[in-house]
Write a protein that binds this ligand. Structure first.
Ligand code: C2E
Ligand code: CA
Ligand code: CA
Length: 402
């Protein structure tokens, strides 16, 4: 039995930009050296393209040998790469295709390993993936989404859905979170998780970001004119939008065009975003603050959330993840935990917002704990933009949402 590995470095372009091309070249040499050194002599290692290598593992006794070899290879990428006395970190994604023998279909084998490598990347990189027909379909699907997206903008297929954020005590409507939808001509209404992760691998995410900024701020100005002044808008930013060179310009230009004060715009950022390139992210966040945009940490309580980050970064708002809110009803212990977290955030002068509030019980508890704002199906589902004004007229009484 033999296995073909297709190995591609994660974010090698960024590595080159950040550390310079000579360092990138040296990294490639070191990768080649380590791979040849770590594998058996009968295995074949070759470089296919820029940062892509193929490894042919021959004479595997059975398929359970394979994970051992793969973990050995991935293990090499967990160690630092020493270049000119400095340690660098670089990981890789590995796609694996297997065959009984090398007699036929080497092209097909390569294609399969490549498909699996893309799947490993799609799942976040720094891992291996075995070829499966499903991953092949998924990849084909991703290509369609990528290819169709330019039409989404030119043919006016994108939609905003707005979810109300209300004061937990008074029900007063404070603003909305803008959530994107794509009304695809063949696939119908697509939810963001179906296409955002695909676009995040391409530059197209920047165009999506600009579209959301423009249309959500234009909506605020329309609301201003329709007797709903001073509402706020929360806009989600993907981690990769931090590398958009014109993001700040686009934000400022649209605020000016639609006459929206920057403090009415809250940018929602997840903490994983800060971890990718901390210095750059911190610099950008400080610039957002210089222009008086508000910054919210999204999905707080998932992943790496730490109080240290909150303390060091210029956030205004903490958005507790839905998973916290769901657990509220389950035990006293969970309630005490939530209560003390809210207290702590208040001590740090942060606005607190709970997302995914689905029941009256959750709402009452959060009000008791003095959480500032609430968002969730219990208050309102996200509302498609064309329905917004009639629904606001129906639910708003003296500024409060009922
Ligand atoms: P998110 O930022 O955590 O947004 C909240 C998600 O929870 C939304 O899903 C919303 O519809 C859903 N939700 C709100 N209240 C409830 C509730 O009470 N119960 C339950 N079960 N769900 C609730 P949606 O619209 O599918 O968005 C998913 C994610 O896509 C968002 O998660 C956000 O990360 C991303 N996203 C949405 N719009 C944009 C955008 O314009 N740009 C970027 N970069 N990401 C976006
Ligand atoms: Ca959000
Ligand atoms: Ca969230």
């Amino acid at each position: 039995m033999l296995a073909l590995l297709c190995l591609n470095l994660d974010e090698f372009e960024k590595f080159n930009l950040k550390h310079g091309y000579p360092t990138g070249d040296r990294l490639l040499q070191l990768v080649a050296e380590r791979l040849t050194h770590k594998l058996r002599e009968m295995d074949l290692v070759c470089r296919l393209a820029e940062d892509e290598f193929a490894v042919l593992l021959k004479g595997l006794q059975n398929s359970s040998d394979l994970p051992i070899v793969l973990n050995k290879v991935l293990g090499e990428f967990q160690k630092p790469w020493k270049i000119n006395q400095r340690n660098y970190h670089a990981t890789a994604s590995i796609g694996v295709a297997m065959a009984e023998n090398a007699d036929n279909g080497h092209r097909e084998l390569m294609r399969r390993a490549n498909t699996a490598m893309h799947e490993a990347k799609r799942q976040g990189g720094n891992q291996f993936c075995l070829f499966s027909p499903e991953s092949h379909h998924q990849l084909a699907d991703n290509f369609v989404i990528e290819a169709d997206f330019p039409n989404a903008i030119t043919h006016n297929e994108l939609r905003l859905s707005l979810q109300p954020q209300v004061n937990a005590h008074t029900n007063h409507l404070e603003g909305f979170e803008a959530l994107i939808r794509w009304k695809h001509p063949q696939r119908g209404m697509m939810m963001p998780l179906e296409f955002i992760p695909v676009l995040e691998n391409t530059q197209q995410i920047h165009a999506l970001g600009h579209w959301v900024i423009k249309h959500s701020l234009r909506l605020l100005s329309q609301l201003d004119k329709n007797g709903f002044p001073s509402l706020n808008m929360a806009i989600n930013l993907s981690p990769c939008q931090f590398s958009d060179p014109v993001l700040m310009k686009v934000l400022l230009r649209n605020c000016e065009e639609y006459q929206i004060a920057t403090e009415r715009v809250e940018l929602e950022i997840t903490e994983s975003m800060m971890l990718q390139d901390y210095e750059h992210a911190l610099g950008l966040c400080s610039r957002f603050k210089q222009h008086d945009f508000r910054l919210a940490i999204d999905d707080f309580g998932t992943g790496y959330s730490s109080f240290a980050t909150l303390n060091r970064l210029p956030f205004d708002t903490v958005k507790f993840d839905r998973s916290f809110i769901m657990q509220l009803g389950q035990s006293r212990q969970n309630q005490r935990f939530m209560n003390s977290m809210i207290n702590m955030m208040q001590q740090m002068n942060l606005t607190t917002i709970a997302e995914g509030v689905e029941t009256a019980q959750q709402r009452e508890l959060l009000d008791d704990f003095e959480c500032d704002l609430l968002q969730g199906f219990h208050i309102s589902k996200p509302i498609i933009q064309s329905q917004l004004l009639p629904i606001m007229n129906q639910h708003l009484h003296a500024g409060a949402w009922h």
